[in-house]
Write a protein that binds this ligand. Structure first.
Ligand code: GUN
Length: 284
């Protein structure tokens, strides 16, 4: 068996075209241009690249982006007061603070200061709680992207055994909750899990977000499983790989996401979706 390789770029392109149409309709019907405020603190090069990609993606679909670049030494109060101003700015429908933040910044306070109705990253405690009860305002972008990929491929989630590897607040835990809400039977494994293979081998859908290249080998995968690789690891030779041994697992799975070109393109795309949705809610 050779798995179907899920083309995340193609699915992301379809959704981005739909975003551009929705943004145009909002402007024509109600004179509303969706707006996203992006706050970058300090000079972390990886964060700068992510932020640039987000801004470019916004412009390409007709979302106005407002970028705030603050120095590494910015005080907590200054950052909080910027967020408070953006919360009441009617041209801003989404607010994103790029993580990680410098150590002296109180990240929890920053995230709690963003109005839940503009929290397009879905990181505010209110939105995390809403995810638990199944009444989300905004779903976090990477997990939301995974759910959309599964939907697009017509993969049934209900009743399936899902194993999620990785229990982070922004990927592992929310994806487990979102798939539970879709009636999957979910097991979460993490760095302290003993004998990972005993869990992975039973998975109909295996979702891997561990940040460990080559963690999942073919022998750990059930024949015909759907394998979603969220890992993004840069090897010493510069190559970007996921957490799954692609060459081996592609011969055993029914579907697999490549790295790059699988889940990655979906993350920014779902940020665009959340921002447009936030702007559309003004008319509801
Ligand atoms: N840093 C790494 N991933 C993310 C993300 O999804 N959102 C934000 N704001 N920062 C991140």
């Amino acid at each position: 068996m050779t798995a179907k390789i899920i083309d995340g770029r193609a699915v992301a392109d379809l959704i981005r075209t739909e975003c551009a149409n929705r943004a145009r309709r909002l402007e024509e019907k109600a004179g509303i241009r969706p707006g996203l405020a992006v706050i970058l603190v300090g000079g972390d090069p990886a964060s700068a690249v992510y932020v640039r990609n987000k801004i470019r993606a916004c412009e390409a679909v007709g979302i106005h982006s407002f970028t705030y670049r603050l120095p590494e030494t910015v005080e907590n109060e200054e950052l909080l007061s910027l967020i408070t101003r953006l919360n009441v700015d009617s041209s801003v429908h989404g607010i994103l603070v790029q993580l990680p933040l410098p150590a002296h910044i109180d990240m929890a306070r920053v995230l709690e200061t963003i109005a839940p109705s503009k929290d397009v990253d879905g990181f505010h405690l209110y939105n995390v709680g809403a995810l638990v009860t199944g009444s989300t305002v905004f779903s976090p972008c990477t997990p939301y992207g995974v759910v959309k990929l599964l939907e697009h491929e017509g993969i049934t989630v209900e009743g399936q055994n899902v194993v999620v590897i990785g229990a982070s607040n922004i990927v592992g835990k929310p994806i487990a909750l979102m798939l539970m809400a879709r009636d999957a039977t979910v097991t979460i494994c993490h760095a302290k899990t003993r004998d990972l293979a005993q869990f992975t081998i039973g998975a109909d859908i295996l979702v891997v977000a561990a940040g460990v290249p080559g963690l999942i080998t073919a022998a750990m995968v059930k024949k015909g499983a759907v394998v979603i690789d969220i890992g993004i690891n840069r090897l010493k030779n510069g190559k970007i790989v996921g957490d799954v041994d692609f060459a081996g697992v592609v011969l055993r799975a029914s579907h697999i996401t490549p790295v790059p070109g699988g889940v990655g393109p979906m993350t920014v795309t779902m940020l665009l979706v959340n921002t447009i949705e936030s702007a559309e809610r003004i008319l509801m």
